[in-house]
Design a protein. Structure first.
Length: 16
């Protein structure tokens, strides 16, 4: 599971 990240808008995978 990948917690939300600020790089993806705060509601997406850590690294896409």
């Amino acid at each position: 599971l990948n917690p939300p990240s600020q790089t993806s808008g705060g509601s997406g995978p850590w690294r896409k």
